[in-house]
Design a protein around this ligand. Structure first.
Ligand code: AHR
Length: 329
């Protein structure tokens, strides 16, 4: 609200310097004295989910290296430690600091209406990155860039179907370690998986539980699955780090995994350690989730700065990696 009043006043007095407008919300006016950076810098408040996985670390790095001082940005980075309440507090702080843009990597899809309305009232554009949000009013965010998580789940199941058939498996008993419940990456991948199980008479989900996208929790969940079921053929892990934990649990239980082992291990992300795990013969396949969103978000911001239209929904392209194509990659 404050910004709209300032805008009206400054427009009325025809302050010529407003026409320059770099870092001023696509030419919208903003009092320099209220800003936390020099006038030609674009200030970004980025609320990051946390540091739960290798993917997340790569994503944070991409944002930090893109929104650097050298590139003309001031980045205020906030690690929410996987807690939505921390993200809401961070967004309120960004609004108070009168940043030029808010970038949000949301932990879960729901619960954003109120705080994003506050950002809208403060006239601060919000760009959503990675996971999606579920809000009643789409104008609460300017653009979203991220993955088609359901398609990732579907691709994983198509691969599993072909692999199981090639191995001549009659029954496919699956243990499923999900991501953080309510996160788009969990919702989409689980949906793709559940639909595939429905479509295959010989596929059974033995157990399904969240591993919260962490290695430690992935290991803990797999340990408990292995205690309850001695007939697991496949473990689907909703990210690579959960798979690393699951592999440790499988080995600790005296079983083997990977292409030559007792249990097929499938995961998502395709981080560097996943390639190493495939080369070592532990992981069977990993389905890419691309974390390099910094340049994509910067492109959106640069267009907005020039007053150009941006595509509201932007999906990134992703690949499938198995032991067969892994060495080359
Ligand atoms: O939202 C993307 C997911 O979040 C990645 O698969 C996972 O590793 C991360 O924590």
């Amino acid at each position: 609200m404050k910004r709209k009043v300032i805008t009206a006043l400054l427009a009325a007095t025809m302050v010529a310097s407003l026409a320059v407008g770099c870092g001023n919300k696509g030419g919208d006016s903003k009092s320099d004295s209220s800003k936390s950076s020099s006038s030609d810098e674009i200030t970004i408040g980025f609320s990051q989910v946390g540091a739960e996985s290798d993917w997340r670390t790569a994503n944070s790095e991409s944002m930090k290296s893109t929104f650097s001082e050298k590139n003309g940005y001031k980045l205020i980075f906030d690690d929410a430690q996987q807690k939505q309440e921390n993200q809401i507090t961070a967004i309120r702080n960004f609004i108070q600091q009168d940043v030029d843009y808010i970038v949000l990597a949301p932990v879960t899809e729901t619960g954003w209406d109120t705080v994003l309305k506050e950002a809208k009232d403060a006239d601060i554009p919000v760009i959503i990155v990675d996971r999606m949000i579920d809000v009643s009013d789409d104008s609460l965010y300017t653009a979203w860039v991220g993955s088609n998580f359901k398609m990732e789940g579907q691709k994983a199941c198509e691969w599993l179907n072909a692999y199981a058939e090639a191995k001549g498996m009659k029954e496919v008993n699956i243990a499923h370690i999900q991501g953080t419940i309510g996160a788009s990456a969990q919702i989409g991948r689980t949906e793709g998986f559940d639909e595939a199980v429905e479509a295959h008479d010989n596929w059974t989900t033995l157990a399904q539980q969240s591993g919260e996208f962490t290695q430690a929790k992935g290991q803990e969940v797999m340990e408990s699955f292995l205690k309850s079921y001695d007939d697991i053929d496949v473990v689907i892990c909703e990210n690579d780090n959960e798979a690393f934990g699951a592999i440790d649990a499988i080995k600790a239980a005296g079983k083997t995994c990977g292409p030559e082992g007792d249990i097929i291990v499938v995961s998502f992300d395709s981080v560097k350690a996943a390639f190493e795990s495939m080369i070592a013969g532990d992981l069977n396949a990993t389905f890419e989730c691309n974390p390099l969103h910094g340049p994509r978000v910067a492109e959106i911001i640069q267009k907005l700065e020039k007053g150009e239209e941006v595509e509201k929904i932007q999906y990134v392209d992703e690949q499938v990696f198995t032991k067969d194509n892994t060495t080359k990659e």
